[in-house]
Design a protein around this ligand. Structure first.
Ligand code: NAP
Ligand code: GCO
Length: 266
């Protein structure tokens, strides 16, 4: 077995939604290193321009597009532009996502809707847009970026947990519906990763001490640290490559062991 070929993405076109920075950027970098052509989208031109420079600084010729994953027309346009520029999407990473941390009974319903719109309906829209091309090609890989909140709840993240729990089941349903077309749809469930999204949970306190939540997460994680976006690179290449052709409907948790650990006795 040619193991290098098994993990190679040469000749494949990957779309990483929300790939301007954070986890999406690291995953796109990994897929590029394995040979994939990279497309990414985001909503902000400022973020897109900076991302193009960041990719170029790493020697990656990424193609960036402005598109909101919640807008079916924009996503259809995005997928069409990528097909013209790079070829039909072979690998979709549904990474774009937001979180709002508000106690549930204080959360305006429009805020709840917005999180579900981006974190669950967005991945549905993007998968729906690329699956027909994958069926025509006879293969495809979809990687949904789930979360520990696909399994657990916590205070203030009701919308996010509901969306990410739904994304876990959407992953399993795409597997069920399109596995026969040789499309593998799996999830990656990152633990607590140091990105702009979690920056508020790691902010130094006025007295210079670490944020209580930062200390809590480190104590709850067997690895004893926050994850870095780079920790997700290998799992992403695995799930995007032929090496995972018989893996479908699974959520691969990349969490330093936190989901397995009840926590240290106080
Ligand atoms: P981040 O740093 O906040 O980056 C989110 C990215 O998504 C940005 O590029 C953002 O760019 C884009 N985006 C947001 N809404 C969008 C929309 N409607 N359409 C298109 N692009 C959109 O987040 P992250 O920490 O890297 O997280 C990435 C994914 O991993 C998310 O799905 C998140 O839920 C998940 N996750 C994160 C962690 C963690 O600890 N960080 C753990 C588990 C799962 P624009 O604002 O310019 O659109
Ligand atoms: C939070 C965090 C988490 C992480 C991640 C954990 O407020 O609890 O933002 O939700 O982002 O999803 O897997």
């Amino acid at each position: 077995m040619d193991m290098q070929k098994l993990f190679s993405l040469e000749g494949r076109t990957a779309l990483v939604t929300g790939g301007a920075y954070g986890i999406g950027f690291a995953i796109a970098e990994a897929l590029a290193s394995a040979g994939a052509r990279i497309a990414f989208n985001c909503r902000s031109q400022v973020n897109l321009d900076k991302a193009l420079a960041d990719y170029a600084a790493k020697g990656i010729e990424a193609h960036g597009y402005i598109a909101d994953v919640t807008d079916e027309a924009q996503v259809a346009g995005l997928v069409g532009k990528i097909a013209a520029d790079l070829g039909d999407v072979d690998i979709l990473v549904n990474n774009a996502g937001v979180i709002k941390r508000v106690p549930m009974i204080e959360m305006p319903v429009e805020d709840f809707r917005q999180v579900v719109d981006i974190d669950l309906i967005g991945p549905f829209i993007c998968a729906k847009a690329v699956i027909p091309g994958m069926i025509k090609k006879g293969h495809g890989k979809i990687i949904n970026i789930c979360s520990m909140m696909s399994e657990l709840g916590r205070e203030t993240v009701s919308a996010y947990a509901a969306a990410k729990g739904g994304l876990k089941m959407l992953t399993r349903n795409i597997c069920s519906e399109y596995g026969g077309a040789n499309i593998q749809c799996n999830g990656i469930g990152p633990g607590y990763i140091a990105t702009p999204q979690t920056a508020p949970l790691r902010e130094r306190q006025a007295d210079g001490s670490r944020h209580p939540f930062d200390q809590f997460i480190v104590s709850k994680t067997p690895a004893g640290r926050w994850g870095d976006p780079e920790d997700l690179m290998g799992p992403a290449v695995f799930l995007a490559s032929d090496a995972s052709d018989f893996v479908n409907g699974q959520i691969l948790y990349v969490d330093g062991g936190i989901l397995a650990y009840i926590g240290r006795q106080p």
